[in-house]
Design a protein around this ligand. Sequence first.
Ligand code: PDD
Length: 292
Amino acid sequence: MTTVYLNGTFLPVENACISVMDRGFLFGDGVYEVIPAYGGNLFRLHEHLNRLKNSLDGIRLANPLSDSEWETILNEVLESNRPLAGTNNDQSVYLQVTRGSAEKRDHSFPEAVRPTVFVMSAPLPDPDPALTDCGAAAVTLDDTRWQHCNIKAVTLLPNVLLRQQAKDQNAAEAILIRDHRVIEGSASNVFVIKDGNVLTPPKSQQMLPGITRDLVLKLARQAELPCKETDIEEALLRTADEIWLTSSTREVMPVTRLDGNRVGDGSLGPVWKTIIALYRDYKAAVRQGKAQ
Ligand code: PDD
């Protein structure tokens, strides 16, 4: 029976449960370490705990435990899972800290939520002698990590951190720029209205293809508004007549202030008023079962 540590308790792994509202599960909003222990002695513990601290700082989460508390817990898990005499007692310890579970799912940080702290260990065999004796094969690949924004994946930590940064500046959303181009919001797609034209970035691997975005484009085209899926330079965003953000939960949200400056004349734009009326009509049709 493997013993793990979860939020203050040592217990059999089968009995260790976390909430489905845990932000590690919903957003990938957490950090972890893997620490080897040889003969029951933790390897480079100080360095691992330092890196943990840096990772926690990086996601703006306070370290829930002191270094000595960590050491005590890690040792206790190792001791509980010590193999029978005769084997070498090499183990790897896995620890994970998430931002905990809040009542509702919201990208920005919840208030007064206890982080989830989890530790487990497993036997650590020596590396495969077939590889250490003869060498291993490797291949090269493009480093595409965090570059599949078109996949609606739950690894949302970057989105979470960006949304929180926006919230810290009293903004409802962060509009993300890459190479001077507008990409999308932290949890929404972006539209820019310029001289009566409805512009939105074309679909690419850099953004989530929003369902709301597509519907808004369709409604705009039906209303014979000139629409274009085109790259939007940051400079154009800053001189936009109107900016909208679209998402399933925020519908078509008008942005009237960008980085503290007025968008257009700072009031709700006429094109937005047209599109939101169409959107609300569409919603009403869905309510009546006449559209989907
Ligand atoms: N997010 N881009 C990102 C990164 C998003 O997370 C979302 C939606 C969108 C808009 O997609 P849609 O129109 O299909 O909702 C664009 C949801 C609402 C969320 O995570 O809460």
